[in-house]
Design a protein around this ligand. Structure first.
Ligand code: FES
Ligand code: FES
Length: 159
């Protein structure tokens, strides 16, 4: 099948992806752009490890054909670095609250948390739990992750 060129913005810069039909955004991010923070877990929409932002909305990139991001803005974990020590406040909170063990779920957890905190800067604990429902973690028992999101919300609100 013929390849197609797809143009989109990736972490703030315009890029061009060469894609065969139905190639997923996840595959393009990892294989063409080498942005391997976006994990490749179940590849069926069941684990959330591949979560990225498309126009600020969290998307499981294993389910999204890359053709669908033509002209859109895609942000991966690699696009979050902003502070002097290189960590986004959500990343710093995950690190300090021990919300990362093996780390496989962490990029997806951080991206879904970013989407939540942009839409709802002061979420309740229940709203955090609800937002994280589609993202699985086999290591932490979730409590440190919930506390990290609460801590990130405090920091991003100047607390
Ligand atoms: S790899 Fe996409 S949801 Fe599991
Ligand atoms: S830290 Fe290992 S899966 Fe979440």
């Amino acid at each position: 099948m013929a390849s197609k060129i797809v143009n989109f913005t990736l972490n703030g810069r315009p890029v061009e992806a060469m894609s065969k039909p139905l190639t997923t955004l996840q595959a393009i991010l990892r294989e063409q752009f080498k942005y391997t923070a976006t994990k490749s877990g179940c590849k069926q929409g069941g684990c959330g490890s591949c979560t990225v932002l498309v126009n600020d909305e969290p998307i499981m990139s294993c389910l999204l054909p890359v053709e669908n991001v033509e002209g859109q803005e895609v942000v991966t974990l690699e696009g979050l670095l902003q502070s002097e020590d290189g960590l986004h406040p959500i990343q710093a909170a995950f690190f300090e609250r021990f919300a990362v063990q093996c780390g496989y779920c962490s990029p997806g957890m951080i991206m879904i948390s970013k989407a939540l905190l942009e839409q709802n800067p002061q979420p309740s604990r229940e709203e955090i739990v609800d937002a994280l429902t589609g993202n699985f973690c086999r290591c932490t028992g979730y409590e440190p992750i919930i506390q990290a999101v609460e801590e990130a919300a405090r920091r991003m609100n100047g607390g």
